[in-house]
Design a protein around this ligand. Structure first.
Ligand code: F6R
Length: 607
């Protein structure tokens, strides 16, 4: 989604802005631009296409020390030069960059056009630039404040003005924005990755807050001009974590990082021998959670798949009714939230618009709301009453991989933590935690045989339709495997609970069609073996994910991808890894840009 970077300080702003925009590229964009305050003039350059196109328009000798930059992911209005940000007011003295969507833009536009303002783009942002200009009387902060009172919608904005060099005015209402604090300089960004090369000290803006930023001062206020005081916080991520560090793609880096990422996620939280789980984030609400009558887990995409595994874990370990809902459905369908309902939002970025809105809706209806989030200080983390961070470092690859395994691991820890306070015996908890502690090493074992997944990808990447089947805990993994394949290799893939096949989808199976079946040891093994037989009878090619040592499966399948043995509830943490690798290799073989899949953005902050 769109990205914001800003700089005000002593150094030339342009290289800092371009470096920031490059670090925001992973979020997806289709145009980019910068505005520099140069003496008493604004110099704006913008273009559709990649950053390299923009760079050709720039004069890197520019010495301006104040500027803002933007990457736009078109939602309303085509990705053209004119629609790219920054947007100028009619006088060319005020420039605005904006993430989000102004809902009353068309009414504002009509009003401003009647007053003689001429528009050059199709964007909502230009209406905001004109409105700020309409209110400007020598005080940019005041003009922005007045303009924001007239708009509705979600935004994170940064504004510069030729008449006030050395000043950036920023505001947030529903889009992430943070201020980086340096020595004699400040940065502004929608994502910590954009500024981490310069500082790890940040101040997070909250919704309804504004900032006037100069090289040596930041003043924070509410939209109603009430002063706000905030602590400077430290970003935990290192620069190395947001760089490729020798890998060809972030997706491969993040798949490979999973053993270490999960070690971090589990560190200090589990005690295998005692069967104990320590979750500091839940301490204050443990009583409420153990008394909960119902859990609703919500999220989107991969996070929703992790939540679905969570549903199975919660019902098995806590024995409390649990449902998993797409956040996009939950937020609009008048859900029943009664006393004792706990809603848990699962989200890597903590910024997904539907998940955030579902959470806000649940909160308004009186539910206790929790977050399972990766990005510290993100909107969902701030909206929730309590929660647990994933602690897996930044996920840059558009296809979510390490976040999925960490989300499942966190939900497993939560299930065990609450289960122990209800029905789970110390022995059962100890067995569960002991198995969980082995997962990072077991994923490392799977990664050592990554070439097996590559062989499968080589054999079948030319096939345009794949099926993924699973049962029980591995049903969500089938959904996740199919999603990974389609989103980065553009192969049509469908994930199903294996038994559903005979209710319709079996009609799709034809000679040679790749059917990935998760057939690990456990209560579902015989049933899934029957499903394999049904597929084979119709000519489908079976790619099985099976438990090490299972020789029988090799007689039924064309390819077997072995994973180490673990208890059934934790199998998704292992079975998903070969599927991530198949998707990665299939995408490469088909010439797809793994880290920048078409039509996709990293964090979906619009509806
Ligand atoms: C798929 C993927 C998406 C995200 C979804 C939710 O690989 O990345 O489906 O899982 O957009 O994102 P978060 O977890 O940031 O809320």
């Amino acid at each position: 989604m769109c990205g914001i970077i800003g700089y005000v300080g002593q150094r030339p702003a342009l290289p800092i802005l371009i470096d920031g925009l490059r670090r925001l590229e992973y979020r997806g964009y289709d145009s980019a631009g910068v505005a520099l305050v140069d003496g008493d003039k604004l110099r704006v350059s913008k273009s559709a296409g990649r950053l390299s196109v923009l760079e050709q328009l720039l004069d890197f000798k520019a010495t301006s020390t104040t500027g803002v930059g933007h990457t736009r992911w078109a939602t309303h209005g085509a990705p053209t030069d004119a629609n790219a940000h920054p947007h100028l007011d009619a006088t060319g003295r005020i420039a605005v960059i904006h993430n989000g969507q102004i809902e009353n833009a068309s009414a504002l536009r009509t009003y401003l056009e009647r007053q003689g303002f001429v528009f050059r783009s199709e964007t909502d942002t230009e209406a905001l630039a004109q409105l700020i200009s309409r209110f400007y009387q020598g005080n940019l902060e005041q003009a922005v404040r007045q303009a924001l009172h007239e708009i509705s919608g979600a935004y994170a904005i940064a504004v510069v003005c030729a008449d006030e060099p050395g000043v950036i005015v920023a505001a947030r209402n529903g889009g992430p924005l943070l201020i980086g604090v340096g020595k004699g300089e400040h940065l502004l960004a929608s994502d910590a990755a954009a500024i981490l090369a310069h500082t790890s000290q940040v101040v997070y803006l909250s919704d309804g807050e504004m900032a006037r930023i100069t090289a040596d001062h930041v003043s924070l206020t509410t939209l109603d001009a009430m002063p706000v005081t905030k602590d400077v916080e430290e970003i935990e991520w290192s620069l190395d974590e947001i760089e490729l560090s020798g890998y060809d793609h972030f997706m491969l880096k993040e798949i490979t990082e999973q053993p270490a990422a999960l070690e971090n996620c589990l560190r200090g939280r589990i005690e295998p021998r005692a069967g104990a789980v320590h979750l500091g984030g839940l301490v204050d609400c443990t009583r409420e959670l153990t008394r909960a009558k119902r859990f609703i887990l919500t999220g989107c995409g991969t996070a929703w798949h992790a939540a679905l595994v969570g549903e199975y874990l919660f019902e098995e370990l806590i024995r409390t009714p649990t449902e998993t809902e797409y956040a996009s459905e939950f937020r609009y369908r008048n859900p029943v939230i009664d006393d004792g309902t706990v809603v848990i939002a699962v989200s890597q970025s903590g910024e997904t618009a539907d998940t955030l809105a579902a959470l806000v809706e649940a909160k308004q209806r009186g539910a206790a709301v929790l977050g399972v989030v990766n990005v510290v200080g993100s909107s969902i983390a701030r909206e929730t009453d309590a929660g647990i961070y994933l602690h897996v470092g930044p996920e840059i690859g558009v296809a979510s991989t390490k976040a999925f395994t960490a989300q499942v691991a966190v939900l497993a820890m939560m299930a065990c933590y609450l289960g122990r306070r209800k029905h789970l015996s110390p022995a059962a908890a100890s067995q569960f935690i002991t198995a969980l502690a082995q997962i990072p090493k077991q994923i490392a074992d799977i990664l050592e045989r990554a070439d097996q997944a590559k062989i499968v990808a080589e054999r079948y990447c030319g096939m345009e339709n794949w099926l993924y089947l699973g049962r029980g805990y591995n049903y969500p993994v089938a959904l996740e495997g199919a999603l990974k394949l389609k989103e980065i290799s553009y192969i049509h893939a469908e994930g199903l609970p294996a038994a559903e096949m005979k209710h319709g989808p079996i009609a799709l199976i034809h000679e040679g069609m790749p059917v990935v079946v998760i057939a690990t040891a456990g209560s579902q093994y015989d049933r899934i073996s029957n499903n394999i037989a049904q597929v084979r009878a119709r000519g489908g090619s079976i790619i099985a994910v099976a438990t090490e040592g299972d020789r029988e499966i090799a007689k039924l399948a064309e390819h077997v991808l072995y994973v180490p043995d673990t208890i059934e509830p934790l199998q998704p943490l292992l079975t998903v890894v070969p599927l991530q690798l198949i998707a990665y290799h299939a995408a490469l073989l088909r010439g797809c840009n793994v880290d920048k899949p078409r039509n996709l953005a990293k964090s979906v902050t619009v509806e």
